[in-house]
Design a protein around this ligand. Sequence first.
Ligand code: SF4
Length: 334
Amino acid sequence: MTLNLSNRPILEVQNLKMYFPVSTGNIFKRQTGEIKAVDDVSFFIREGETLGLVGESGSGKTTIGKCILQLNQSTAGEIMFEGQRLVGMKQNELKQIRKKLQVIFQDPYGSLNPRMTCGDTIGEPLKVHKITKTKKEYQEKIASLLDIVGLSPYMANRYPHEFSGGQRQRIGIARALAVSPSLVICDEPVSALDVSIQAQIINLLESLQKTLKLTYLFIGHDLSVIRHISDRIAVMYLGHIVEIADKGELYTNPLHPYTKALLSAVPIPDPLKEKERSRIIIEGELPSPLNPPSGCVFHTRCPIAESACSTHIPQLQEVSPNHWVSCFLTPGYK
Ligand code: SF4
């Protein structure tokens, strides 16, 4: 995928691979294979936008997030953030970068220390990065962070178990924002919440994006949520991005057979339209990333696969402005 942009992206991922070795043997372990969790993935995110990364569980989307955060040491590829190369960066440089690159996790309870008060949790990155100088400044900063995520400053002395799931996720957001990041990786931030609470958190993330000029990589599996928050959407299947397009374009003109099948399963509020449309069922199970299919990784489940699909790998190609797809049978694909 070659970038052709007038405005420079905040994040560029080029040919990223993340293979996890698989070993056997109890005493003398030897590597017998590798799990190809992410296989030759390229994309970019422009400043101020939200890129939705959607796919089934096991498609590799969370692994991409961890590679960007340098929690996984990628097997190959480049990750450029604000013009700086993250792969191979020294720990002291990485510490500075982490101020600008934050994450909001899926499980707001599991990601909070049960023995730390909400104020201490939010204040920890302030101390690590020496952002506040006096105790008064520290307390004021915590109060203002609680305020911008819709919590009351008096809640600073409470512990995680005293909050609801939605409130705990607000604490996670406040903690991520404490260091004034520019890019936030939202890793399924509403998946563990009740549907009624999901909308509140999504609205909060949207309003924070506007006021604080944030850029989001929003990882999820729920196409309704992804559609609501994203400007552009990348669809993942078995470690590969199979399609990227602007939100409107992807939903009205999906090109990859996998995207078409995913979208055909999203409920439509209009009961008449819902009754009329036909659902595309993808047969079979998601293959193992330990032994992925040859050629196009989707060929074992693709309803329109041809013989060449099992021997040739379709690269992601721009078939119309800003619409990228990896399928030989797409009109305009060369
Ligand atoms: Fe289906 Fe072949 Fe297109 Fe892959 S390349 S999505 S198998 S038609």
